[in-house]
Design a binder for this molecule. Sequence first.
Ligand code: FAD
Length: 155
Amino acid sequence: MDDRQFRDAMGKFATGVTVVATEVDGDVHGMTANAFMSVSLNPKLVVVSIAEKAQMLKKIKQSGKFSVNILAADQQKLSMVFAGQVKNQQEVVFEHLNGVPVLPNSLAQISCEVSGAHVEGDHTLIIGKVTDIRIEDSEPLIYYSGKYRRLAEEY
Ligand code: FAD
C-alpha cells in the first residue's frame, strides 16, 4: 500500500470540518482539522490529531488551551484560509469563550483545556477537557474524498 492509496481510503470517511484555534501572547492562530472526535462523556473529552510539522502543535502546547469550531456550510472559505489554501493573509474576527478564541457563526464552539498529548507516528493526539460550549442551529460543511460537500435534503 502506498501513501496515495492510504490517503484515498481515509478520504472515503465523510467528516465535518473544524477550525482549531488558540492564542499565544495575544496572537490568535487557527488551523483547519477534520481529525476530530468526541472521546468521553464523563469527564467530557475530545481529541484532535495534529501533524508534528504544524505550527499549531507548539502553540497549543504553549497556551495549554484551544477551541474546536465546527464549521457551517457557508464557512468553506474559512476552512481554506486556515488550511493555508488562500494565498493572501485574511482578516478573521474571533470572539472569546472561556478565555479561548472562537469563530463566530460556527455550528459549535467548544473551548478546551489540554488534558493529554500522545505522539503517534507523525501526528500528536491532543486530548481536550471541554470547559464550555456554544451551539448554533445551521447546516454543516462536509469534507469527503478531498472535496467540500453539503448535506443533501432529508428524504
Ligand atoms: P499555518 O500553515 O501557518 O497556518 C494555516 C493558515 O491559517 C495560514 O494560511 C495562516 O495565514 C492562517 N491563519 C492562522 N491564524 C490566522 C489568523 N488569526 N487570522 C487569519 N489567518 C490565520 N492537519 C492536521 O494536522 N490535522 C487535521 O486533522 C487536518 N485536517 C484537515 C482537514 C482539511 C479539510 C484540510 C483542508 C486540511 C487539514 N489539515 C489537517 C491540514 C492543515 O489545515 C494545514 O496543513 C495547515 O496549514 C497547518 O497549519 P499550521 O498550524 O502549520 O499553520
